[in-house]
Design a protein around this ligand. Structure first.
Ligand SMILES: NC(=O)c1ccc[n+]([C@@H]2O[C@H](COP(=O)([O-])OP(=O)(O)OC[C@H]3O[C@@H](n4cnc5c(N)ncnc54)[C@H](O)[C@@H]3O)[C@@H](O)[C@H]2O)c1
Length: 472
């Protein structure tokens, strides 16, 4: 693979290695200067630099969470650490995320693919890397239902290549592997938050690929004494997130005066952590985390997709109390093949290292809305296709879907639980009211296998009837 000097191509990165793009597609390196208007967003923590760490490779550095850490470490530790952002520049990335660092002596961008051993080894050798923080992944659950080989290839094989390369160079002091809370699978409403020792029970191809990657990390730690740490974070949100994920997508839709589209009935909940707090978590784990340990990164802010939509409508000062107003702004489409009702991790172990969540959800969401109103339409180029309910990615192109969208919650009359369709008896449980009538009625008895504690049940709404049928 030809690797050429990016500076010579005029991409403005002082230290970089980028590939020649002969595809004829718009170049990732075209710089329209939008990043110059944006605030430089980093975390807040600062630690005594580690004596054995000097050159840090951060994979996926042009993507969302990693770009926060790349900026944070480059700017917070200018004399202690050299940061190499290693990224393939996939459809969801943007060099705008790190352009503000281009003139920093301790920052380098390397365009490379984690599934390509020679590029990974070249980067490790060329920059004398001693620490790897591995974020690069196919990260969008929705896409994993359609293109799951791609997820296995990047998330499992790509991680394997990094591990094998780290083993080969032999001087790696820390290998921080970024996993997700989704590896635990679904958590019931009345279950305790999950500890790092909880069983892994992923329910979608994305989560399964992340769990599989963890197994490889664990094996390299045991077999080859690779000094690894695994981090399982809940959902992260904030500026710089590609608008395929729910918060930036809904903001960008509302910004265009378009309704948001909920999957299913909008009842699944997620916990959200502001990206600045996530950057602090990774900084803390880098400096204080113990080799061989796993750390959950958890937020206390849990909200359903439906309530999130309402919160965003309020932030846009869009009234939605009356039924007609609500229907104008909130639409529904079919649900994912399986949608975990909720995730919930316990982050006590990380807090014991000194980390704490600082940003309130209200304030973080306000900052995020403001950022996307200013930059959302310009940061990644044309995002129109990404904003459709279930877009598809083909190569580096996002292709619009053609999904049925309606005013009524989809599947509110029934939910599919591991092959069984559970009907609701009353029409009064749909949409807006579904949340208020939500009760913790378990349907364990419908699922004969009782696999894992957190997988074996499903929270249904109070109006769920008792007779399950096979889903088609
Ligand atoms: N976003 C979340 O809420 C969240 C929550 C928990 C865990 N995570 C994990 O954090 C990590 C980062 O997530 P994100 O949301 O910031 O992701 P993202 O999709 O915004 O960024 C992923 C980055 O990886 C790069 N990449 C993809 N394939 C690559 C390859 N083969 N070689 C090199 N680079 C490649 C992409 O170009 C992109 O820049 C992922 O591992 C994800 O599983 C994310």
């Amino acid at each position: 693979m030809t690797i050429s000097d990016g500076a010579a191509q005029g991409n403005g990165v002082a230290n970089s290695h980028v590939k020649n793009d002969t595809s004829g597609r718009p170049s990732f390196f075209e710089d329209y200067g939008v990043w110059k208007e944006a605030p430089v967003l980093v975390g807040t923590t600062k630690f005594e630099p580690l004596p054995d760490v000097k050159n840090i490779m951060i994979t996926g550095g042009a993507g969302f969470i990693a770009c926060w850490l790349v900026r944070h470490l480059t700017l917070t530790y200018p004399h202690a650490y050299n940061i190499v952002s290693f990224d393939k520049l996939d459809y969801c990335s943007s060099l705008n995320n790190t352009r503000v660092l281009n003139d920093r002596r301790n920052f380098t961008f390397y365009q490379g693919d984690i599934t390509n051993p020679s590029e990974v080894l070249d980067c490790l050798e060329r920059y004398n890397i001693d620490t790897i923080i591995h974020f690069a992944a196919q990260s969008h659950v929705d896409l994993s239902f359609g293109n799951s080989y791609h997820f296995t290839h990047t998330n499992v094989y790509g991680t394997h290549v990094l591990l094998e390369s780290a083993k080969r160079v032999g001087r790696i002091k820390r290998f921080i592997h970024v996993s997700t809370d989704e590896v635990y699978g679904e958590v019931r409403d009345d279950d305790d938050d999950l500890l790092e020792t909880s069983i892994l029970a992923p329910t979608n191809p994305y989560a399964a690929s992340k769990a599989a990657a963890e197994m490889l990390v664990h094996s390299y730690q045991k077999s080859f004494k690779l000094p690894a740490i695994i981090v399982r974070s809940n959902n992260v949100y904030g500026p710089h997130q590609y608008p395929e994920k729910i918060i930036p997508k809904f903001i960008c839709l509302l910004n265009r005066g378009k309704p948001v589209v909920l999957h299913g009935d909008g009842s699944p909940t997620r916990r959200y952590l502001y990206a600045g707090d996530a950057a602090d978590a990774f900084d803390t784990i880098l400096h204080r985390g113990q080799i061989g340990q796993i750390y959950n990164v958890g937020s206390s802010d849990e909200i359903s997709n439906l309530s999130l939509a309402k919160k965003l409508l309020s932030l846009f000062s869009i009234s939605h109390d009356r039924r007609e107003e609500f229907s104008r702004w909130v639409k529904y489409t079919h649900d994912r093949p399986f949608n975990d009702h909720r995730y919930a991790v316990d982050a006590t172990k990380l807090r014991q290292l000194g980390w704490k969540q600082q940003m309130s959800f209200e304030e973080g969401l306000r900052i995020t809305v403001e950022w996307y109103r200013r930059f959302g339409e310009r940061w990644w180029g044309d995002i129109s296709k990404v904003l459709s309910p279930f877009p598809v990615v083909s190569g580096r192109e996002v292709v619009e879907d053609d999904e049925h969208v309606s005013d009524n919650p989809q599947g509110a009359d029934s939910v599919c639980v591991r092959g069984l369709r559970i009907k609701r008896t009353s029409g009064s449980c749909g949409g807006d009211e579904a949340e208020s009538v939500k009760k913790k009625r378990k349907v364990d008895e419908f699922d004969g296998r009782q696999q894992q504690k957190q997988m074996a049940s499903f929270t249904a709404t109070a109006c769920t009837s008792s007779i399950p049928e096979k889903c088609t």
